[in-house]
Design a protein around this ligand. Sequence first.
Ligand SMILES: Cc1cc2nc3c(=O)[nH]c(=O)nc-3n(C[C@H](O)[C@H](O)[C@H](O)COP(=O)(O)OP(=O)(O)OC[C@H]3O[C@@H](n4cnc5c(N)ncnc54)[C@H](O)[C@@H]3O)c2cc1C
Ligand code: SF4
Length: 406
Amino acid sequence: MPLHIIAEANRCYNCKNPQCQQGCPVHTPIPQIIQLFKENRLMEAGKILFENNPLSAVCALICDHEKQCAGHCIRGRKDTPVHFSSIEHYISDMYLDRMDVPPRTWVKLHKVAVIGAGPAGITAAIELARRGYRVTIFEWHSKIGGILQYGIPEFRLSKGYLERYRERLEAMDIQLRLNTTVGSVIMIDDLMRDGYSAVFIGTGAEKPRRLGVPGESLGNVYFSLNYLANPRGIRLGETVAVIGAGNAAMDVARTALRYGSRRVTMYAKADRVAASANEVSYAQLDGAELETGMQIQAINESGPVFKRAIRDESGAIVGYDDKLIQVRADATVIAVSQVPRHKLVHTTDGLELTENGLLAVDDNYMTTRPGVFGAGDVITGAKTVVHAVEGAKRAAAAIDRYLSAL
Ligand SMILES: Cc1cc2nc3c(=O)[nH]c(=O)nc-3n(C[C@H](O)[C@H](O)[C@H](O)COP(=O)(O)OP(=O)(O)OC[C@H]3O[C@@H](n4cnc5c(N)ncnc54)[C@H](O)[C@@H]3O)c2cc1C
Ligand code: SF4
């Protein structure tokens, strides 16, 4: 019995104006959940968590809590914040298996197609099924989860969670069409023709962003998501250079060290890194090094080539030296974020992109094509699971309003 979680719950002040809740992008009712937990009413707490955030069990493990709930907890001002995520994990992990799912709850005539089984698609499907719609998810891969399945490593998020989610989706009578890319053989027009009254696009941002320097196509150079999707199948060698310092770079570095690489260094252009402080600490704990102020110029068979930052007296970067520095590495992994693929936009009349190359939606998450909605990374650019959940919840509510008015 994890007594420390009970002790953690007892530390909560049950604030009237809970800052932790404000700090959570989906406004999880944290004091209420902690109170239920203390009264041993776990199933009630689990239901509230799941209905507010179907991916609560995942978010409890991989959200950036130091920036969100824990980062806003009033106790953190003078002491250590309440670590709600451990309590949430305990409740949601149990609820995922024990929850009661009444099958065949369709009460509405309309069918909705969800494209993509990542966090956004899973959330939208559950929200719509709960409102009584018949939902089919179309997923390009053979397994659900999106980046949770093919990006985030097992040591951070067990794939077993995604298998349990698949079982829950099936129990809710949500149909899963795996290994099916919409925009290739099946088009959005086919979905409309076949009676889907609305379409939700949650296709994410999984196309690696390029550096735009020579060498990206060499045989010992990889993009982060290509490596993370199959680290066992790619031998990086003893010395690895990772270009970038975001969450993906940390995952690459930590994975490479677990798969036999000895020296892994992440190179960042600026001093401020995109990854959370926790992720940087864990990567360093695992043995990865971080070098900032390194501007990539090219990659060759020997490794990446950089220009080093010139700093003023305070240490701030004021430019980059002209001298080129060759770093020796057996493999170089490029991890400088991802962008959406445009397959659906190119194959569907009426869908448009924003100036930034994201799927364009209005305030109701409807795209420029009536009846077609979108949320998650495909509209925000590479962000986080909880932000994909937040957007998908709003989009599902908007689809409900749209279909109710038909
Ligand atoms: C390496 C890495 C680590 C990360 N770590 C964290 C973390 O610790 N915490 C956190 O909160 N966030 C993290 N993120 C970000 C998070 O994973 C994403 O923000 C989130 O997965 C976005 O969800 P999504 O549903 O919009 O897209 P995705 O997860 O990308 O899912 C999109 C799905 O759509 C499918 N698809 C795409 N096109 C089609 C098509 N045409 N037809 C059918 N299916 C299609 C894809 O196969 C995929 O399954 C990380 C991202 C990366 C890359
Ligand atoms: S801010 Fe901290 S102490 Fe207050 S309710 Fe939230 S978790 Fe409890």
